[in-house]
Structures are given as structure tokens and as C-alpha cells.
Design a protein around this ligand. Structure first.
Ligand SMILES: [Zn+2]
Length: 54
């Protein structure tokens, strides 16, 4: 099952949820800390691969 990472825009908490693709599509994600619905999905770290030469 994929893991989705979210960040709350109100309290800046980041949290992860594991759910199926179908659940994700209709999910109403709320922050577990402040219950805000203003959460933003974070994209997985593998999209942000940087290659640094040392
Ligand atoms: Zn929050």
C-alpha cells in the first residue's frame, strides 16, 4: 500500500498516511494535531533526488 506524506499548513506538522489508491482519491485528510483540513501533500523524497559530486 502506498504511503502518502502530508504537511499541515496551519501547524506545520508533517504526517504520513498509508492507504490504497482508491481511498486516497476520496480521502478528506485532516491534520491529526490541529484537525485542520489545510494539508498539503508532500511528494516522496525519491522525486527530489539530487546528485552531488564530491
Ligand atoms: Zn495541523
Amino acid at each position: 500500500m502506498p504511503t502518502y506524506e502530508y504537511a499541515c499548513k496551519d501547524c506545520r506538522k508533517t504526517f504520513t498516511l498509508t492507504m490504497t489508491l482508491g481511498e486516497h482519491e476520496k480521502a478528506r485528510v485532516a491534520c491529526p494535531k490541529c484537525k485542520s483540513k489545510k494539508v498539503e501533500q508532500q511528494f516522496a523524497a525519491f522525486f527530489a533526488v539530487t546528485s552531488k559530486k564530491s
